[in-house]
Design a protein around this ligand. Structure first.
Ligand SMILES: [Zn+2]
Length: 458
C-alpha cells in the first residue's frame, strides 16, 4: 500500500501542477488585414491534379524516382520513417526546401521534419504555395513569456515562442509543447487563412462568407479558441505523444464528438480554415439555437482559460448528451465509454467555480471523488505485472481515440527507489473493457521525438 500512497501523491501533485501553474500555451490567433492580403491567387489546375484518379486511402506514389531517392535520403537524416512521407515525395522535397531556406528555425528543424505526416495528411494542392510560404517564414525562438505558458504561437507574426524557463526544466516533456505549438501553426495556415465565425441573432456564418441577402446585425465574432487549443493538444497526442497534457475539458469534449460522429469529421472540423463556423453549423443542424451555441462557446472558453463565465452557461457534457440522443442508438446512461468521457471532462479545471448543468444529478452520480479516482486507477494498474515492480508518475489517465480505437492513456515516468522520476515521459496505453473492468492489453509508448537533441539555451 505504501507504493500506492506515494504513487497517488505524485499523480495528484502533477495534476495540480497542470491545472494551476502549467496550462499549456497561449495562442495569439489574431486574424489581421495583412494576413488577408497574403492570400495568393489560386494556381491553375495542374496536369498532376487533374490526372489524379478518384481518391483512395493510399496516396498515389510520385513516379519521380529521383524525387523519391532525395526525399528518402533527407528523411533518413532526420529519422523520419518512409511511411511518414505518405508517398508524397515531391511535396516532401518542396517542404524540405522551405525549411532549409528559412534560417529562423534554429535547433527546431528536426521537429519541423517530424511534422510532415500531419501536413501530408491535410494539405490540399490548392493551398500548397500559401502554406509552404508560411513554412518558409516561420520563426521559432526562445523568450520570456507568462510563467503559466510553456510556449505560444502567434499566427499574425508567424512566431512560435518557447518559454525559456520550461525548456530548461528536465521534467517537462518539451517535445510535447513544441509539437503543440507547431500544431497551432499547421491549423492556422494549412487550409488557407483562418476565418472567425460571425453570429447574428438567428444564424452563424464564416466571417468572410456572409450572404449579401442577410442584413442582420452581427452580434459576436469568434474564433473558438477552445477548439484550437483542444485540437492542437489532441492531434499532438494522436500523431506524436499518445497522451494529452493540458486543456482536458476541451480535449475530452472533442473526444466525445469523435465518439459520436467519428474521427474523420473531427479531423475535418479542426484542420479546416473555418473551424469555429464548422462546429457551430454542426450544432445548429443538431437543433441547438444560436443563443445556445454562443453560450456553449463562451462556457468552453471560460473552462479553457479558467475564467468565471459572465454569460449563460452551457456545459460540454450537456451538449454531448443532446448530440448523443440525436445521433446514437440506445440510452447514453448505459453507454459506459460515453459515461467515461463525460466523467473525464470534469477535472481540476472546475476548482474555481461551479458551472451549472441541465443534467446535474446524473453528472454528479458519475463523478469520482479523489478517493474513488485513486481506487479506479489502482484497480487498472494492479492488473499489470509491470506496474507492480515499477513506480509510475503521470497525469490522471483519460480516454483518447488512437487509430479509431478508444484507449485509456496517461503520461508516465519511471521512478527510482527514492521516488524520483527518471527517464523520459512515456504514454501508458490501456485497452480497457468497461463492461468487466479488465485490462485486455497494455503498452508503453515512447515518442521517437525523444531522440531529438533538446534545443540549446543561448
Ligand atoms: Zn495552445
Amino acid at each position: 500500500m505504501h507504493r500506492n500512497n506515494r504513487l497517488i501523491s505524485l499523480l495528484l501533485s502533477v495534476s495540480i501542477l497542470l491545472s494551476s501553474s502549467f496550462s499549456g500555451c497561449s495562442l495569439i490567433a489574431k486574424i489581421t488585414e495583412t494576413e488577408k492580403q497574403e492570400i495568393p491567387t489560386l494556381p491553375p489546375a495542374t496536369t498532376r491534379a487533374t490526372s489524379t484518379p478518384t481518391p483512395s486511402p493510399t496516396p498515389t506514389p510520385d513516379p519521380d524516382v529521383e524525387a523519391k531517392a532525395e526525399a528518402l535520403e533527407t528523411a533518413g537524416k532526420y529519422g523520419i520513417p518512409e511511411e511518414s512521407l505518405r508517398g508524397k515525395y515531391d511535396l516532401f522535397r518542396r517542404y524540405s526546401n522551405a525549411i532549409d531556406t528559412n534560417g529562423r528555425l534554429g535547433d527546431y528543424v528536426p521537429y519541423m521534419y517530424n511534422l510532415f505526416p500531419v501536413i501530408a495528411d491535410h494539405l490540399k494542392p490548392e493551398n500548397e504555395s500559401y502554406f509552404l510560404a508560411k513554412v518558409n517564414s516561420l520563426r521559432i525562438t526562445l523568450g520570456v513569456i507568462s510563467e503559466k505558458h510553456s510556449g505560444e504561437y502567434s499566427s499574425s507574426t508567424n512566431v512560435v515562442m518557447m518559454n525559456r524557463t520550461y525548456l530548461t526544466a528536465e521534467n517537462i516533456p518539451i517535445e510535447s509543447t513544441i509539437m503543440h505549438e507547431l500544431m497551432h501553426f499547421v491549423d492556422s495556415h494549412i487550409d488557407g487563412p483562418l476565418e472567425k465565425a460571425s453570429f447574428t441573432k438567428e444564424n452563424v456564418y464564416p466571417i468572410h462568407d456572409i450572404p449579401a441577402s442577410d442584413n442582420s446585425i452581427i452580434e459576436h465574432s469568434d474564433e473558438a479558441a477552445f477548439f484550437m487549443e483542444a485540437g492542437a493538444e489532441l492531434y499532438t497526442a494522436k500523431y506524436f505523444m499518445h497522451y494529452t497534457w493540458s486543456y482536458r475539458s476541451a480535449v475530452q469534449f472533442l473526444t466525445g464528438m469523435e465518439y459520436i460522429f467519428g474521427s474523420d469529421l473531427i479531423d475535418e472540423a479542426f484542420f479546416c480554415h473555418d473551424s469555429a463556423w464548422f462546429l457551430a453549423d454542426l450544432l445548429q443542424k443538431n437543433g441547438f439555437s444560436i443563443q445556445e451555441i454562443w453560450s456553449f462557446y463562451t462556457t468552453m472558453d471560460c473552462m479553457t482559460y479558467k475564467r468565471l463565465p459572465s454569460e449563460e452557461v452551457l456545459r460540454p457534457e450537456d451538449v454531448l448528451i443532446r448530440l448523443y440522443e440525436k445521433n446514437m442508438p440506445g440510452d447514453y446512461k448505459t453507454d459506459k465509454i460515453f459515461c467515461h468521457i463525460l466523467r473525464c471532462i470534469n477535472s481540476k479545471d472546475f476548482d474555481f467555480g461551479h458551472f451549472p448543468s441541465a443534467n446535474e444529478e446524473f453528472l454528479s452520480s458519475l463523478m469520482f471523488s479523489d478517493e474513488e479516482a485513486k481506487n479506479w486507477t489502482f484497480a487498472i494498474f494492479d492488473q499489470i505485472e509491470q506496474f507492480k515492480y515499477f513506480q509510475i508518475n503521470g497525469v490522471p489517465i483519460a480516454g483518447i481515440f488512437l487509430n479509431g480505437k478508444y484507449r485509456l492513456s496517461g503520461q508516465i515516468r519511471l521512478l527510482d527507489d527514492s521516488g524520483e522520476p527518471y527517464g523520459p515521459s512515456e504514454a501508458a496505453l490501456f485497452d480497457y473493457d468497461f463492461e468487466t473492468g479488465t485490462v485486455n492489453s497494455f503498452e508503453l509508448y515512447l515518442t521517437p521525438l525523444n531522440e531529438i537533441k533538446r534545443p540549446e539555451i543561448k
